[in-house]
Design a binder for this molecule. Structure first.
Ligand SMILES: NC(=O)c1ccc[n+]([C@@H]2O[C@H](COP(=O)([O-])OP(=O)(O)OC[C@H]3O[C@@H](n4cnc5c(N)ncnc54)[C@H](OP(=O)(O)O)[C@@H]3O)[C@@H](O)[C@H]2O)c1
Length: 254
């Protein structure tokens, strides 16, 4: 039996990339996993099928988290899925859904700024607020931030980096609020990781090599590298870890 048996986990943006790997890992550890998606319903269903094929269980829940009523839509979908299962609490929330925004001071538009803050900052705050209402003692919130939140990288991520710094701040603040209820909150900060996130650039050997060269371990991360860290923070073994930021980047720019 895995370390997360009888737990319910919600992973946002779990249809692909890092979120998918986290969903598979938490499912393999025994959690019932709610696989959230925005548009890619088929992919989310495939993730649940993979969890089930590995002996686990889960369901999908769709919502555009940039929409004003996105969090309401998400929790209505979750309620519909969990009600037949006896309406269990949500033990683990992984706020993973996020978009990149490669713009510097001179090129970013107000609309781009609003879009990246809506998904990367407003959504995790209000998803956590809603999840906290049904999270028991021993609960876990894990926010996926980025090394970019604390590194300027030449100025090309003026808003994206700010969203991730904001998310790290929110992790500490949430940890203070929820600690008395026995709930831990932490950030996990990946470095460059092989997903759709970096677009076609990941198809370029030269780009991958240049990213790998920025790390001490001389590689680009794989989604599973991040999922293993999240699974630890979600497990009972991490009960004394809260309000912190774990960097999982192979040692970026040491
Ligand atoms: N990959 C990296 O190099 C890297 C590095 C550091 C940090 N991160 C962070 O890691 C997290 C996951 O990134 P990833 O690389 O796995 O990205 P990804 O492969 O692009 O996946 C993004 C996920 O977010 C969901 N999403 C997109 N727009 C959404 C919206 N409007 N509402 C709700 N969900 C939405 C997508 O759902 P659909 O599939 O349904 O569209 C998808 O599941 C992000 O927070 C990112 O900032 C990534």
């Amino acid at each position: 039996m895995g370390s997360l048996a009888n737990k319910v986990a919600l992973v946002t943006g779990a249809s692909r990339g890092i979120g998918r790997a986290i969903a598979l890992k938490l499912g393999a550890e025994g959690a019932f996993v709610i696989v959230h998606y925005a548009a890619a319903r088929d992919r989310a269903e495939a993730v649940v099928a993979d969890i089930v094929a590995a002996g686990g269980a889960g369901c999908i829940a769709g919502a555009d988290l940039t929409a004003t009523d996105g969090v309401e839509t998400l929790f209505a979908a979750i309620a519909a899925q969990l009600e037949p299962r006896g309406d269990p609490p949500i033990d683990i929330l992984v706020n993973n859904a996020g978009i990149g925004m490669g713009r510097d001071l001179l090129s970013i538009s107000p609309a781009e700024y609003d879009a990246v803050f809506a998904l990367n900052v407003r959504a995790p705050l209000f998803v956590a607020q809603a999840a906290a209402q049904r999270m028991p003692e021993g609960g876990r919130i894990i926010n996926i931030s980025s090394v970019v939140g604390h590194m300027a990288f030449g100025g090309g991520f003026v808003a994206y980096g700010a969203t991730k710094a904001a998310l790290d701040y929110m992790s500490r603040s949430m940890a203070a609020t929820l600690g008395p209820r026995g709930i831990t909150v932490n950030s996990v900060a990946p470095g460059a990781t092989a997903t759709d996130f970096l677009g076609d650039a990941m198809q370029s050997e030269a780009f991958v090599a240049s990213m790998a060269a920025t790390t001490a371990l001389r590689a680009v991360g794989q989604p599973g590298d991040i999922a293993d860290v999240v699974a630890f923070l979600a497990s009972p073994a991490a009960r004394w870890v809260t309000g912190t930021r774990v960097v999982a980047s192979g040692g970026t720019l040491l």
